[in-house]
Design a protein around this ligand. Structure first.
Ligand SMILES: Cc1ncc(COP(=O)(O)O)c(C=O)c1O
Length: 418
């Protein structure tokens, strides 16, 4: 466990090149210019070790065995709840529900919030959302006869706050679900303002923190949101584990997505009783080794000052924008192109070069970038593009990665201008 900020394997917790020695992906694995951290991050050795330790030394099912090993595993599993509560500023560990990831968390809220809805009610989203913060609501709307509305974005990809305000006032949504950091464009909406507007209008607010948790951090109590969701694998933790934070009064009213072992207080041939929150949402054997390693990822992330993370990723964003602006035929997207708030992600297109072709060319330079719609079709359609190339940064990203992208752009232009 990381106990102090200088205790990350003896390396000073400073983002950048020197940090790569903490990530076996760079020292033993393929390494290279990995610029797809918004899809999934690389894992530091401490997290891999925590996973291995859990599987080797405390591998017994949680909350079941009366023997020491199971009690130890359960203790470690529940300790992660405490670490996550502290990471996100939640008052109580019982507000932390373990799920598979952000997608499952949103589906849980959408499927379990039946008592909230009457036919004709509205859910307000934004045009910045990832499909996983759209489709579960559309499925719910179809089932219950609800309306799904979208707050608009401007040409630069920033959220149109006036439109959001007006929709909150006129449509009176029962729930607003909004991203903290858009994975497609890197847009950072003014979250505190949006949450306040929604709460003033009496709406519940779910914040999609899948990107925000890693790059911006959060204090859910200060923010005042009702739900906050994220995935472990995007915050230097394992796959298959994520978090739904819910205010206690919300979780009490939420119905579980799945039934089974461990989520009941009793079962008889006539029926069952629900276990307390949060256990009632964690049916079956949870991904407990991954949850334990997520606790280590939370320690790892907390080992950096938030300012160091923001400064590092902002410097990379500015360099990327400068580099892209210097390349003929390249169009960068996102609020930063007009001085707006953007973080850790930049999307662009290259004249006459399809994003997929660019990604393939970049790959021959050992540069991994994402190309496509980034699971954000409504965002891209609103901007009038079908696909972009996306660079996304992590603590280990460097300006050297950007130079490699610049080389790949030059080669793509050369190949496709003939
Ligand atoms: C903003 C955002 N929300 C939700 C998700 C879904 O996360 P997961 O696939 O880990 O459930 C992603 C994944 O890219 C994302 O970027």
């Amino acid at each position: 466990m990381i106990t102090s900020k200088s205790d990350i394997h003896g390396v000073k917790p400073v983002p950048g090149e020197s940090l790569r020695k903490l990530f076996p992906f760079f020292t033993e694995g393929p390494g290279g210019c990995y610029l797809d951290s918004a899809a999934t991050t690389q894992k530091p050795l401490v997290v891999l070790n925590a996973l291995r330790h859990a599987l080797v030394h405390t591998n017994a099912n949680v909350h079941r065995g009366a023997y020491r090993l199971s009690a130890e595993a359960s203790e470690q599993y529940d300790l992660t709840r405490t670490k996550i509560a502290s990471l996100i500023g939640a008052r109580s560990p019982s507000s932390i529900v373990f799920v598979r990831g952000a997608t499952e968390a949103i589906n849980l809220v959408a499927a379990g919030s039946d008592s909230l809805w009457s036919s004709g009610d509205t859910i307000l989203l934004s045009l910045l959302e990832h499909h996983s913060n759209i489709v579960p609501w559309q499925m719910l709307a179809k089932r219950r006869g609800l309306n799904v509305a979208f707050a608009d974005i401007r040409e630069d990809g920033s959220l149109d706050v006036d439109d959001f305000r007006s929709k909150v006032r006129t449509l009176k949504p029962k729930l607003v679900a909004i991203t903290q950091l858009a994975n497609s464009l890197g847009t950072v909406p003014p979250l505190a303002e949006l949450v306040a507007l929604a709460k003033d209008a009496g709406a519940q607010v779910l914040v999609d923190g899948a990107q925000g948790i890693t790059h911006l951090g959060v204090h859910v109590e200060d923010l005042g949101c009702d739900y906050y969701v994220f995935s472990g694998h995007k915050m230097y933790g394992p796959t298959g584990i994520g978090v739904l934070y819910g205010r206690p009064e919300r979780l009490e009213k939420l119905y579980p997505l799945m039934g089974g072992g461990d989520m009941i207080s009793f079962v008889s041939t006539d029926g069952f009783g629900l276990a307390e929150v949060p256990q009632r949402f964690e049916a079956g054997t949870p991904a407990f080794p991954e949850a334990i390693a997520l606790g280590t990822a939370a320690d790892f992330l907390s080992g950096f000052s938030r300012k160091a993370i923001l400064d590092h990723e902002q410097a990379l964003l500015e360099s990327a924008l400068e580099m892209l602006r210097g390349e003929p035929g390249v169009t960068p997207y996102g609020p930063a192109t007009r001085g707006g708030h953007q973080a850790a992600v930049i999307s662009f297109s290259i004249d006459r070069v399809h994003p997929h072709d660019f990604a393939t060319i970049a790959d021959t330079h050992n540069v991994q970038v994402r190309a496509g719609n980034h699971c954000a079709m409504p965002t891209l359609r609103r901007l009038g593009v079908q696909a972009t190339v996306r660079l996304s940064f992590g603590l280990y990203s460097t300006k050297g990665d950007l130079q490699a992208v610049s080389q790949a752009i030059k080669e793509a232009r050369r190949l496709f201008s003939a």
